[in-house]
Design a protein. Structure first.
Length: 391
């Protein structure tokens, strides 16, 4: 059992893609000028008083006002790993620095990938390009229903996605195809995730379901989750956290398909989970708004999260700590729909934590994980803890 740290439980909430401005190497990634929060908050008057009180606008100049005395801890972190995707960002928080980025396929998958997959499932595929998941089923859904050929597509992320109508391809078959793809995608084509994307409805009214399944690759080393679990503590994974870490190092996985459901599950975990970590991903910022260049949707989603923050704080015990960050950027005001190479905010709050601590610029997202680890008497292979600064 780990030693007793100052906080009994830590709630780590990842606002998926909520970057806070370009990193120095952003131009190397085609992301010069990227500023997810700046563009979303500058689009109109955006009301996020709870995030402001925590210190969000004290990190750097933003289109919302800083507060004189933040009640939280604030700073920002760089991504030390190469890449700007979901897996890379979350793994770095978990203590793993990725030296070689996962492969991406902006022009679709090469014949060595697609033809091997087609032979294995016994039919051709549609699509094979980078696309929005909602747009590609609008474009190719009818042809898929007519032919039975699955829709294969990718995105700015390192993903191989397979979309199929539940009445054309049973879920079990779609999942089997996804497992085939996962087994085939190795070596230079080892993508971060294979994702089964079922949908329902009729032409002109297709919609994705929450029966999505992710097939990630195993982290190459122990992560924060593994070490917390091995210490005999709880690890409640909310939303897509379980799949990102290949369902490793968790004691409970609470499924949720959108931000509000993930917050509901976080509140549930706060009511039931013992000493340990509650790790939550809020996917809507990225999936619904960043990748679709929907600035207004992004701003509204920030307001909706802000409205629910007090629920999380009220559900916390006196010896709990809330940490809020992000895994990368996805600037909705950018010219592309790709992820963006940005710093991410680092916010923390707890009744027993110091208020108003400026963490400055952290050199790695692993600092977050190392802080969690130190609290539970553990260490990670990367990162510099800021636990003593906030106690």
């Amino acid at each position: 059992m780990s030693s007793k740290g100052p906080f009994n439980r830590i709630v780590l909430v990842v606002l998926d893609s909520v970057g806070i401005g370009e990193m120095p190497d952003a131009a190397d990634y085609g992301d010069r000028g990227a500023d997810t929060l700046g563009h979303a908050l500058g689009s109109r008057e955006v009301r996020i008083p709870n995030l402001q009180r925590m210190g969000l606008a004290n990190i750097r100049r933003l289109p919302v006002h800083p507060v004189e005395r933040p009640d939280g801890i604030f700073g920002k972190a760089a991504t030390l790993s190469r890449g700007k995707d979901t897996t890379t960002g979350h793994w770095e928080m978990g203590g793993i620095i990725t030296a070689n980025p996962f492969p991406t396929y902006p022009h679709g998958f090469p014949p060595r990938v697609i033809e091997t997959f087609e032979r294995a499932i016994g039919r051709g595929v549609l699509g094979n390009k980078a696309a929005s998941g909602t747009e590609i089923i609008k474009e190719l859904g009818e042809e898929h229903v007519r032919t039975g050929k699955p829709i294969v597509y990718t995105s700015a992320d390192s993903v191989f996605q397979i979309a199929a109508h539940e009445e054309v391809v049973p879920l079990e078959e779609l999942y089997r195809w996804s497992e085939i793809a996962r087994a085939q995608l190795t070596g230079e084509d080892e993508v971060g995730r294979v994702i089964a994307r079922p949908f329902v409805g009729e032409n002109g009214n297709f919609s994705r379901t929450e029966a999505r399944q992710d097939y990630a690759i195993d982290p190459p080393e122990d992560t924060l989750l593994d070490r917390v679990k091995t210490a005999g503590l709880a690890v409640a994974a909310v939303g897509k956290i379980g799949s990102i870490f290949c369902h490793r190092g968790t004691t409970e996985e609470l499924k949720a398909g959108n931000n509000n459901a993930s917050i509901d599950q976080t509140l549930h975990a706060l009511g039931t989970t013992g000493r340990g970590l509650i790790f939550t991903n809020l996917v809507d910022f990225d999936m619904l708004y960043g990748h679709r260049n929907d600035v207004e949707g992004y701003a509204r989603s920030l307001e909706e999260f802000d409205l629910r923050m007090p629920e999380i704080q009220q559900a916390m015990r006196d010896d709990d700590l809330l940490m809020i960050s992000a895994d990368h950027g996805c600037d909705p005001g950018d010219v592309s729909t790709d992820h963006t190479r940005e710093y991410v905010p680092v916010l923390a709050w707890g009744r027993r934590a110091q208020a108003g601590v400026d963490l400055g610029i952290r050199s790695s997202l692993a600092d977050i994980g190392q802080t969690v680890a130190e609290n539970f008497g553990l260490t990670l292979q990367a990162g510099r803890s800021f636990l003593r600064e906030i106690m």
